[in-house]
Design a protein around this ligand. Structure first.
Ligand code: 2HA
Ligand code: ZN
Length: 269
């Protein structure tokens, strides 16, 4: 028996996380327990699930987050591997509900799997998204090799320098990651400072934020769309590297070509 049984909408959302977790592993972006995924599943929770008792004691989030009061999330488990989650999402992640005090949560799932160590920062992002009235329900943290490599050079950490280069490698990147890549300087993983800086960068109007020498954090309506934004950015980084490996600096699309793309596709920047 699983809480996903006879709940096709909830099962589809969790299965999509499992599918993305498999892609992260295949791409080499998810060594060991690297990366995190959380999705807001409140809309997929029915009354019967709402009435189910928790399977463990309430735990503190470590923050008070008023906008996620009563919300439900599927979260990757702490220390769990994406490659394991891809074939057994309920043994490597769990479903939690936020208690009315907005500072504690409890697990309502098949097994007691403690959520990701990055839970406070992921939940703070979901809280921010709901406060803003955003339709985004998914957040993804992963370690895309080529994008992380870019951040080891100060030039690419300057605001929108990497964005312009990545957008200019292939038209799809600007079309499908239209807000570009925000940059957050190195901060300790799991720290409150990193969570706050991430939310600030998302608020400056990025969907994908780069953590210097660490990884990306992406938000979108669902987890597949968040993955797609990171995937197109990393594809551009690969094209840049391929050109450099052929012995030249790639020209990139011209400003006029980018402008035309933005006006035809109705892109925001
Ligand atoms: O949870 O990638 O940054 C594993 C991580 C933390
Ligand atoms: Zn990480």
């Amino acid at each position: 028996m699983s809480v996903l049984d006879n709940r096709p909408a909830l099962k589809a959302a969790v299965d999509q996380v499992a599918e993305v977790a498999g892609y992260l592993w295949q791409k080499g972006w998810a060594e060991r327990n690297g990366g995190n995924i959380t999705i807001n599943i409140t809309d997929q929770v029915d009354d019967a699930l709402r009435a189910m008792p928790a399977i463990d004691e309430p735990r503190a989030i470590g923050k008070t987050l008023p906008h996620i009061k009563g919300c439900w999330f599927y979260c990757k488990g702490t220390g769990k591997r994406m490659r394991d989650l891809s074939h057994d999402p309920m043994a490597n992640g769990s479903i939690i509900r936020i208690l009315p005090d907005c500072a504690h949560y409890e697990i309502v799932a098949d097994a007691v799997v403690a959520p990701t160590s990055e839970l406070p920062s992921h939940l703070a992002v979901h809280d921010y998204l709901l406060a803003k009235g955003s339709p985004y329900r998914a957040s993804l943290h992963t370690h895309p090799i080529e994008l992380v490599a870019l951040t080891h050079n100060k030039k690419w950490m300057e605001k929108d320098v990497a964005t312009r280069m990545l957008w200019s490698m292939i038209p799809e990147t600007k079309a499908f990651c239209p807000r570009g890549l925000g940059m957050v300087p190195y901060m300790l993983p799991s720290s409150v400072e990193l969570a706050d800086a991430t939310i600030k960068a998302l608020d400056e109007d990025y969907d994908v934020v780069m953590w210097e020498k660490h990884g990306v954090f992406a938000v979108d309506t669902d987890i597949m769309s968040a993955f797609d934004q990171v995937d197109v950015l990393n594809k551009s980084a690969l094209i840049y590297i391929a050109a450099r490996n052929m012995g030249f600096e790639p020209d990139g699309m011209t400003d006029a070509q980018m402008k035309e793309l933005s006006s035809v596709f109705g892109l925001p920047k």
